[in-house]
Ligand binder design. Sequence first.
Ligand code: HMG
Ligand code: MG
Length: 306
Amino acid sequence: MPTPFVKIVEVGPRDGLQNEPFPVAVQTKVELINRLSATGLKSIESGSFVSPKWIPQMAGTSEVLRLIDHKHGTSYPVLVPNMKGLEGLEVLLRENPRQPVSEEIAIFTAASETFNKRNINCTIAESLDRFVPVVERAIELGLRVRGYVSTAVVCPYEGYIEPEKVRDVTIKLLEMGCYEVSLGDTIGAATPRTMERLLDVVMAAVPIEMLAAHNHDTYAMAIANVLTALKMGIRTVDSSVAGLGGCPFAPGATGNVATEDLVYALREEGYETGVDLNKLSTTGQWISSILGRDNGSRVGKAWLAR
Ligand code: HMG
Ligand code: MG
């Protein structure tokens, strides 16, 4: 039997750096993304076209996209919350149509009204209405569109979220034209049982190939949750080098499952990822020292100490 392949979406330069207390220099972001692409990762979320008043850490995304080495076959998605964000990306696309910029955007909403209001200042229904012209225009521009549903298991303000709510938002995003929806355990409070319950309900309505798992690791459950998702057939997983990150509107939440931890778990469990764990661990240690924080990947530290 061929080894099953799991696609990793590296979100460290976006989900990770958006949560740092101080904005990170453009040059550092560029070096991080280039180092990550050298590890074999094929999808690297590289920034956000959001309001700099809301998330100052993501200012400079245009400059980052201009300066990174665009590796053939690697995608550099960016978050876009509205038409203004897409217009920001369009400026770049027009600058030099032959120069690669970004092949993909991600739109993002939630299954909890309170979280959505705090994150993007509108109701879930308003956000979905707002995305319709964004997705239409993005597809016209030749971009692929990914969707996120945050608070897919637990909301920091409303508590446990019924999977049916997640299913309904997921369906709307796919109907709009998203090729995939990533289910966000924004505060890392899911467990294998609640993860399974979520996926049971969503998978009954949506093809599993159109779903991805986006697990934060606040309660150290992320690897267990991801392995549960893989057993249920998920083959796309988001993660963040050195476990960087969190969400500024989810107090106390830590970063995503560390990419190093994920790559190690997958390889030991018999999945192929195409990612070089040596280069990845070195990159995780490098960015942790630049940011002056402890490396959030247990595997990364152990791997380098061997
Ligand atoms: P708003 O204040 O309601 O927007 O924010 P507005 O339309 O009323 O405009 C207010 C001002 O913002 C105006 O400027 C606009 O031009 C400007 P002013 O006239 O006052 O000078 N503006 C923008 N500027 C730059 N880029 C834009 C943009 N749009 C408006 N795109 C908005 C609404 C959505 C813009 C705001 O709430 C926002 O930017 N939020 C960002 C939230 C965010 O990035 N959160 C983190 C990412 S989501 C996440 O981490 C979860 C995820 O990882 C999955 C998971 O873990 O669950 C994906
Ligand atoms: Mg996240």
